[in-house]
Design a protein around this ligand. Sequence first.
Ligand SMILES: *[C@@H]1O[C@H](CO)[C@@H](O)[C@H](O)[C@H]1NC(C)=O
Ligand SMILES: *[C@@H]1O[C@H](CO)[C@@H](O)[C@H](O)[C@H]1NC(C)=O
Ligand SMILES: *[C@@H]1O[C@H](CO)[C@@H](O)[C@H](O)[C@H]1NC(C)=O
Ligand SMILES: *[C@@H]1O[C@H](CO)[C@@H](O)[C@H](O)[C@H]1NC(C)=O
Ligand SMILES: *[C@@H]1O[C@H](CO)[C@@H](O)[C@H](O)[C@H]1NC(C)=O
Ligand SMILES: *[C@@H]1O[C@H](CO)[C@@H](O)[C@H](O)[C@H]1NC(C)=O
Length: 383
Amino acid sequence: MEYMTPIVKAVIAAALGFTIGILFPACSMSSRISFPYVFPFAGNISISHSCISGKDFTGNCSTIDTNGTLKIYETTNPKGAETLPPGFVVSQSDLYQHRLWGIPDEDLPNKPKYLVAFGVGYGTMKHNVNNAVKKFAISNNFTIVLFHYDGNVNGWDEFDWSKDVIHITARKQTKWWFAKRFLHPDIVAPYEYIFIWDEDLGVDNFDAEEYIKIARKHGLEISQPAVDGQGFQWRMTERKHDQEIHKQVQEREDWCTSPQLPPCAGFVEIMAPVFTRSAWRCAWHMIQNDLVHGWGLDFNVRRCVEPGHEKMGVVDAQWIKHHAIPTLLNQGQQNENTSSTAIRTRCRLEWKMFDERLAEADKAYYQLMGIPYPSSNSTNTTN
Ligand SMILES: *[C@@H]1O[C@H](CO)[C@@H](O)[C@H](O)[C@H]1NC(C)=O
Ligand SMILES: *[C@@H]1O[C@H](CO)[C@@H](O)[C@H](O)[C@H]1NC(C)=O
Ligand SMILES: *[C@@H]1O[C@H](CO)[C@@H](O)[C@H](O)[C@H]1NC(C)=O
Ligand SMILES: *[C@@H]1O[C@H](CO)[C@@H](O)[C@H](O)[C@H]1NC(C)=O
Ligand SMILES: *[C@@H]1O[C@H](CO)[C@@H](O)[C@H](O)[C@H]1NC(C)=O
Ligand SMILES: *[C@@H]1O[C@H](CO)[C@@H](O)[C@H](O)[C@H]1NC(C)=O
């Protein structure tokens, strides 16, 4: 303000006076709920504790100091950004790639609405990955992200699409490790559907745009394409020939405690899940930082889209094949800790830890709410 003429200052002061007229009622109203508000013109410019914690106060807490400068404290801003003017706050981002020159507004003739991420290694599955990526690249509506677990990024340049996709690399990390770290819901906010896929999927009978049409039509918040072939662990993901989608199956006897619970319903596998933006926002929060294999997610992610038995399903009309080639497991020298047996042991351990944490957190929350915890059968694990 030092550089302004007195007239400009006066105009601004008038404008601020007007703003305060709006600000103040909100704050003074809360004095009825014993809010220790400090009148801004009384020479005391400290911001009250309630405003800082934002707990029992929902309005903004900005004040004007003795010199007429507005001290912004907007509690509806994202946490940590309260001192910025709300109109300037950009709380979300995207994975759109910009050019370095020209006018920013004109950088992106096309803003993809969907995102697909694959965990990949440049090895035996590279042609399979090439086929899969092409299926998504053909529609201009996908941002494509590759999570490289083998450190080989440049190899992929043999494929034309490589220069357009986003490459993220960290050795020997799983798809879920990457997803937790690089697909934060605020970062992938513009994408309506998010595919988080393995690299060993056969996509000859899969069309991504058609898939989304069907998922949207049936209101599937979490879904996967049906899997064609043999050797299923779960009947839920098996392809049915006479329908567009299915949400429920009959499992083997005693595998389901209820026909509406996993693995009979409210269930998709972690190899090729597709989330809506809002389902992913919840699912991301369910992924535990230290558990990298994703085991346990499939049995519980229904809690993000209640009722899971209605909002989760398998799309039969667009189906895939599962080659079941555990490529990440074959990275580097084999020893007693890196063998596929050791890794499967870890997967099972993670599943157990995931279930225990969730059950304990549920119990603690029930207790906090003063409600008895039901001795339920809900998170049953069958193998
Ligand atoms: C402050 O809160 C009041 C009442 O809630 C609102 O009308 C006003 O627009 C807010 N001011 C700003 C700058 O957000
Ligand atoms: C400002 O407020 C604080 C805390 O409420 C109080 O201790 C202090 O005396 C006040 N200062 C003035 C100048 O009123
Ligand atoms: C008000 O302005 C004067 C003179 O520019 C300055 O010395 C003082 O620190 C300012 N006070 C506040 C609270 O900003
Ligand atoms: C991409 O999205 C646009 C707008 O919704 C649509 O018109 C177009 O058909 C889509 N592309 C493909 C290949 O389906
Ligand atoms: C395997 O893990 C155990 C326990 O962490 C460790 O003591 C051992 O050195 C590891 N073996 C190899 C070959 O890394
Ligand atoms: C748990 O499942 C068993 C067998 O399906 C059933 O008999 C029992 O009533 C269930 N318990 C609860 C609390 O739902």
